[in-house]
Design a protein around this ligand. Structure first.
Ligand code: TLP
Length: 343
């Protein structure tokens, strides 16, 4: 039995979700006539406490359309050095928005308001215009780290003071909300725009949404079309996302408990170093000192476990709804065997 911990993007639709997909009412979404998409957009906006939302096929697209909507070519965007938008989106900010990225090194993906203040450009003909700040919550390369709410509040105040827009890559905002026991709207009240994904821990096969003010989302719809994201009877896929939003948020707590159990188990394995304090949600990033992560992930695959190499001697495991507690309990032993086979 394949224990797939490579990502929470590997989750497959459940029988009930497939039923909702099969029965979805559809229309032409470019004409704004798909009733399922309209329901999903309304519900997403309400959960996030924003005026409007727009459905798109991927988190990469919602982030990049968000950036394009906020910026003009030549503008500068401030991001954490390991932010998904910068690290994993194919150079999108430069290619699609003509924006340059200014990076701040954070602690597990979290930079402070004080660090931000130092990175904002003064008006000067030599400088690009700082226009936008992006945060990520939870932070993927930061090991699923939750952005502390008091820091978000301070960063929000700095952005307002300097007339900067604030965007959230909230692909896993749902995880932060469940882990903190705070509603999503409270976590995103400082942001002008928020990207969320239905296709990660929530288990929908496809889909993300971008939320913000009415005027912002209206403009974002233009760029969604320009980027090729204007879909037609896409209620077929939105139905899976809507089902996930309505039924799968609470169960993320199980993924978090499984991640903790796995981290504790792995911390007992010789040759593995896990910082247990750093595990806050469903992602574990851990060190494999002296062992190549690529070789180890291949050896693990032979044991029936999927993990991704996340650095020369670091792996990432992501608890998700396809992996049961019983399977999680088997992983430390399989890890020991994989390490033995390499030595
Ligand atoms: N992350 C994927 C890979 O791209 C690394 C994963 O397996 O974790 N924001 C964040 C924080 C993400 O983690 C991801 C996907 C995205 C955006 C992009 O979402 P998609 O894959 O829908 O474009």
């Amino acid at each position: 039995m394949w224990i797939d911990l490579r990502s929470d993007t590997v989750t497959k639709p459940t029988v009930e979700m497939r039923k909702a997909i099969a029965e979805a009412e559809v229309g032409d979404d470019v004409h704004h006539e798909d009733p399922t998409i309209l329901r999903l957009e309304e519900k997403t906006a309400a959960i996030l406490g924003k005026e409007a939302a727009v459905f798109m096929p991927s988190g990469t697209m919602t982030n990049q359309v968000g950036l394009r909507t906020h910026t003009q070519p030549g503008d500068e965007v401030i991001l954490e050095a390991q932010a998904h938008i910068y690290y994993y989106e194919g150079g999108g900010p430069a290619a699609l928005s003509g924006a340059s990225c200014r990076l701040i090194s954070g602690d597990h993906g979290v930079f402070t308001a004080d660090q931000l203040v130092k990175s904002i450009r003064k008006p000067d003909v030599h400088h690009p215009i700082t226009r936008l700040v992006c945060l990520e919550n939870t932070h993927n390369r930061g090991g699923g780290r939750i952005y502390p709410l008091e820091e978000i509040r301070k960063i929000g105040a700095v952005c307002r003071e300097h007339d900067l827009a604030l965007h959230l890559d909230g692909a896993r905002l749902w995880n932060a909300s469940i882990a903190l026991g705070k509603p999503e709207a409270e976590l995103v009240s400082d942001f002008d725009s928020v990207s969320v994904c239905f296709s990660k821990g929530l288990g929908a096969p496809v889909g993300s949404a971008l939320a913000g003010s009415q005027a912002f989302i209206q403009r974002a719809r233009h760029f969604r079309k320009m980027f090729g994201g204007g879909m037609r009877q896409a209620g077929i896929i939105a139905a899976g996302a809507l089902y996930a939003l309505e039924n799968h948020r609470e169960q993320l707590a199980e993924d978090h408990a499984n991640a903790r159990l796995l981290a504790e188990g792995l911390s007992q394995v010789e040759g593995v170093e896990v910082n247990l304090d750093s595990v806050q949600t469903n992602i574990i990033v851990f060190q494999t000192p002296g062992t190549s992560a690529v070789a180890l992930s291949e050896a693990l695959e032979k044991q029936g476990v999927g993990m991704l190499d996340f650095g020369p001697e670091a792996l990432r495991a992501v608890a998700n709804m396809m992996v049961s507690r019983e399977q999680i309990q088997q992983v430390p032993e399989k890890m020991s065997k994989a390490l033995e086979n390499l030595s």
